[in-house]
Design a protein around this ligand. Structure first.
Ligand SMILES: [Ca+2]
Ligand SMILES: [Ca+2]
Length: 435
């Protein structure tokens, strides 16, 4: 039994020699001097200092040749040829001689890595990677971690965050690529195929609604407070034009009809405006956002997929477009607005003043714009998707007009008109919740 074990050991050792690149049969002792051996193999065999092995001899046993280990050695130095110090073990009466073969024990495995390497990639730039909720920074990320299970998460504003679980073993080198789906980029253009009207993407986000106490010309109904808008929207690139109104409603109520089809429609009441929104939704095959019964209008809510008036908060969020300018896109009103200082007492073609950062024109000036909300006081504290009070006397209007002063063109300014009335400096723009 003991014999068989030794033979098996030799066979295993011979295979290692081959794996090391040397020929097993050629590894034999070329010189014996005291307790030092010289073996006819050099560094190219893959042997190295510290390795151990055995001296082998062969003997005929019962008609077949068998190998026996007769002594052990440890390699103390390696040269072109190398010497070994060997441990004399001659219990079986063997003497180590030149020509005897040697075998090597399985070389000790290279030191095992106790950590794993994790690489995190994604399909977008400007994102943030998290590992078990810990913020790492933008991808790609490469880090050494303890073996175990991890939650990898990638987030980006305007995108659906995604996460994945990875299981890592010691020494593992794992690359995780997370694909996140992003919505349109802020300011991206969408053209309604049914009407040809232009809309710009306004992303979900938080902003300071209202004006700082230091803002010249502010009114006391502009208390600054934090507002969160949870839905991205398609906001009209301009005010609704006379041409767009006439195409749907068949007539043109505008005082400044001689200004032309590209000038904003005005002299439309709030009730007219919501009727137009419903008519346009119907034409585009979208859900109608208002139930209209006489002057009684019920809003289907911000999840409605059709055209509607922006809420006052959506309007100001879009006007500010992530910035802090006094007017929509500038601190100098003449850059972005037709107001009483430059209008020549009339409306102007839409889109002839500079757009704000989200591609929206005439948010300040040209015509006031109806919003959904009843005019009321801002809430105490922050708000999420506010839609204004349940009831009131005036519907909010925003942005000032050709007729109004610069202070009415401020992004924070608020005004209100009775919903059944119409004025030649008051129009609107439409918005649609992005799906
Ligand atoms: Ca305007
Ligand atoms: Ca005001």
């Amino acid at each position: 039994m003991k014999l068989r074990q030794r033979i098996q050991c030799f066979v295993a050792a011979a295979m290692i020699l081959i794996a090391c690149g040397g020929a097993a049969s050629a590894a034999s002792i070329t010189a014996v001097e005291g307790n030092r051996l010289t073996i006819n193999e050099g560094t190219e065999t893959g042997v190295s200092e510290g390795m151990t092995g055995a001296v082998i001899t062969e003997q005929s046993v019962g008609g077949s040749v068998r190998s026996f280990e007769i002594a052990r050695f440890e390699i103390t130095s390696v040269g072109r040829t190398f010497s070994t110090a060997f441990l004399i073990q001659t219990g079986a009466g063997w003497t180590v001689e030149t020509g005897m073969r040697v075998s090597f024990d399985q070389p000790s495995a290279p030191p095992q890595s106790t950590t794993a390497t994790l690489e995190i990639r994604s399909n977008v730039s400007g994102d943030i990677a998290f590992l078990d909720g810990r913020r790492l920074g933008p991808t790609p990320q490469r880090l050494e971690v303890e073996p175990g299970g991890y939650q990898v998460r990638v987030e980006k504003d305007g995108c659906e965050a995604r996460e994945r679980t990875v299981q890592l073993a010691a020494g593992q080198n794992e690359s995780v690529r997370i694909t996140i789906r992003c919505g349109p980029t802020p300011g991206e253009l969408w053209v309604d195929p049914a009407t040809g009207m232009h809309f710009r993407y306004t992303p979900a986000g938080e902003f300071e609604m209202g004006s700082p106490a230091s803002e010249p010309g502010r009114d006391n109904d502009e208390r600054q407070h934090r507002v969160r808008i949870t839905r991205g929207c398609w906001m009209g690139e301009t005010e609704v034009t006379q041409g767009q109104w006439k195409a749907v409603m068949g007539s043109n109520p505008s005082r400044f009809s001689s200004c032309g089809a590209d000038c904003p429609v005005e002299s439309v009441s709030w009730v007219d405006a919501v009727k137009y929104a419903n008519a346009l939704s119907s034409r585009a095959g979208l859900e109608e956002c208002y139930r209209i019964s006489g002057n009684n209008v019920t809003f289907q809510g911000l999840q409605c997929g059709g055209y509607r008036l922006p809420t006052e908060a959506e309007w100001e969020h879009a006007a500010r477009a992530g910035g802090r300018h006094t007017y929509a896109g500038s601190d100098s009103i003449g850059d972005v607005a037709w107001y009483n200082g430059n209008s020549g007492s009339k409306t102007h073609r839409v889109g002839t003043k500079r757009a704000n950062a989200w591609g929206l024109h005439d948010m300040s000036g040209n015509v006031w714009e109806w919003c959904w909300d009843w005019k009321g006081n801002y809430p105490n504290g922050s708000a999420t998707d506010p839609v204004g009070p349940f009831a009131g006397s005036f519907r909010v209007s925003r942005g000032g007009s050709w007729y109004g002063s610069a202070r009415n063109g401020r992004s924070a300014d608020r005004f209100g008109f009775a919903p059944g009335r119409s004025y030649y400096y008051l129009g609107f723009r439409l918005v649609r919740t992005a799906s």
